[in-house]
Ligand binder design. Structure first.
Ligand code: MCA
Ligand code: AMP
Length: 503
């Protein structure tokens, strides 16, 4: 049996040219010829820490070429890579530690002390640090070891990564992704988006979520492409580098911000053959304005942590604004009613999918996993959609209570639970209101109990240690009471209507 480790497929596609560039980062450039050796040093350090196949490795570090090489080292070790949003706070990390119990935690140098304390309490004693300037204990150890040349033998169903995703119950769940989930999706996208020799990817997404870590990196790796690697998204810097790139992947906010720049237009985009958007709905007005300015339409696709990419507008055929295109090859999609029965074409239902892209379940949560699958293996996305006679899918809303802010998911329940603990708050409700820049902005609606002052500033200060910044309310509205239906359930729809004017 051949080794099903995803890294072996990347390795086979590394360009033969010794000068071929893999990552052209903000501080350094990594050639493809150096990837085996550099990731091999990290691999040797991981092994010296006792990492064996199946062990979890946490990474919460700033974006850097080294962070990518660490991901590749984890694949090679057969370890399960667990990337954490750099915005997560101590209390969020504490939960992840107790949930998936890593063998090693790689953190930012500045966090080394606090993470060591949290990790120690969870029985995790191997904490390494990795900074953006080649600093930290991981780099120091990597310089001292000989590169390990091995790639662990894996089956297709072995776990490659766990990505945390929140849920309507408030607690995060670890979505288990296998080598085959990642490889099958990468290969399909590579072909569907017609990657070609010479393609250069402009990468300005974070690398702790599916979009930046898997969709973007894997397509480029499978193509042996050069990646212009920006540490953070800055529209001006993207504009500067567009003439050197052929593909850009981003969340809708990227495109909204590019359109705000006078210098953005046909000339700047002339070398780019593909602008891809996903992670949140792309407004039709953004699509139209972009096409008029850039002279080419954005290609919108649709995905989810648990299922990678599921649908995409076509590369060659019409890209229709407001739609997310067709089920990708190998992915079966249906729009179904509450019982999982396909509804008539054009009717709204919940989108369900099945295919090699669909995850292996939530880490140690068999009931939660079972809740989200039908008996015939279809995964229930929780997104409301329609499918036309040709199979084109339009996402029309969400059955799950979710706010997407700048491409980051925020589950209102998690924020409400914290706000309800705040002095002066009787009860709270969190909704997303339309926001020109972020798509939706987290908004808190609070009923005070009169015992303490309640304001946006007070709430943000109260939440600072508890919730990542992107989950915190951008505005706070005080009301006398929350609207409820006869069953006593808060009517979020009516709050959205009342307070949902675009900002
Ligand atoms: C940053 N902040 C945010 C967000 N990002 N607040 C709410 N929502 C956000 N998305 C905070 C910052 O901490 C900062 O706080 C303040 O808001 C202003 O930051 P700003 O400079 O405007 O933000 P930025 O640094 O420019 O970031 C905006 C961004 C970024 C570029 C849109 O959020 C981003 O890269 N989003 C991509 C997310 C992503 O990759 N999603 C994919 C998930 P302060 O000033 O107080 O410090 S994967 C997925 O969804 C599926 C699988 C799929 O289909 O792809
Ligand atoms: P995540 O859990 O972070 O992977 O986010 C997945 C969710 O993002 C999906 O369930 C959708 O609600 C949303 N999403 C991703 N891409 C799109 C898109 N192109 N249009 C609308 N919603 C999207």
């Amino acid at each position: 049996m051949t080794n099903q480790n995803l890294y072996t497929v990347f390795q086979q596609r590394f360009p033969a040219d010794p000068e071929a560039v893999f990552l052209q980062g903000d501080r350094r450039t990594v050639k493809y010829a150096a990837v085996d050796e550099e990731s091999g040093r990290f691999l040797a350090v991981l092994k010296a820490c006792g990492v064996v196949p199946g062990d979890r490795v946490f990474m919460q570090v700033e974006k850097s070429a080294e962070a990518v090489l660490l991901y590749l080292a984890c694949l090679r070790a057969g370890a399960v890579f667990v990337p954490l949003n750099t915005g997560y706070t101590g209390s969020e990390i504490e939960y992840f530690l107790s949930n998936t119990r890593p063998k090693v935690f790689v953190c930012r140098p500045d966090d080394a002390r606090s993470i060591a304390q949290l990790a120690g309490r969870a029985g995790v004693d191997k904490v390494l640090s990795l900074g953006v300037d080649g600093d930290g204990t991981l780099m120091a150890a990597a310089r001292r070891v000989q590169p390990d040349r091995s790639v662990a033998a894996c089956d297709a169903g072995d776990l490659a990564a766990i990505l945390y995703t929140s849920g309507t119950t408030g607690r995060s769940k670890g979505a288990m992704l296998t080598h085959d989930n990642l490889l099958s999706n990468g290969l399909v996208l590579h072909e569907y988006w017609q990657w070609e020799p010479g393609d250069v990817l402009l990468h300005a997404l974070p690398i702790f979520h599916v979009h930046g870590l898997f969709v973007a990196l894997h397509c480029a790796l499978l193509n042996g492409s050069r990646i212009i690697f920006h540490d953070t998204f800055d529209a001006n810097r993207v504009l500067q580098d567009l003439p050197n790139a052929t593909v850009l992947m981003g969340v809708p906010t990227f495109y909204v911000r590019l359109l705000e720049l006078d210098g953005f237009g046909r000339d700047a985009s002339a070398n780019v053959r593909l602008f891809i958007s996903g992670s949140a709905p792309l407004l039709a007005e953004t699509f139209t304005a972009f096409e008029a300015r850039a002279g080419q339409p954005i290609l919108e696709r649709y995905g989810m942590t648990e299922a990678g990419m599921m649908t995409s507008n076509p590369y060659s055929g019409p890209r229709v604004p407001g739609t997310v295109g067709f089920a990708l090859p190998g992915v079966a999609a249906r729009v179904a009613d509450d019982a999982g029965q396909e509804v008539e074409r054009g009717t709204v239902g919940v989108l369900e999918v099945r295919g090699p892209n669909v995850f292996a379940g939530y880490w140690e949560m068999p009931e939660k996993t079972a809740d989200e699958f039908r008996d015939d293996g279809f995964f229930i996305t929780g997104d409301l959609a329609t499918m036309d006679a040709d199979g084109r899918v339009t996402i029309v809303g969400r059955a799950k209570d979710l706010v997407i802010s700048g491409g980051y998911n925020v589950y209102p329940k998690e924020v409400e639970e914290q706000l309800d603990l705040m002095p002066g708050v009787k009860e709270s409700c969190v909704i997303g209101v339309p926001d020109r820049d972020l798509g939706e902005a987290v908004t808190a609606i609070v009923v005070p109990d009169g015992t303490a002052e309640v304001s946006l500033g007070v709430a943000q200060a109260f939440l600072v240690e508890k919730l990542a910044k992107f989950k915190q309310p951008k505005s706070l509205i005080v009301v006398d009471e929350l609207p409820r239906n006869t069953m006593g359930k808060v009517q979020k729809k009516s709050l959205r209507e009342q307070f949902g004017a675009a900002s």
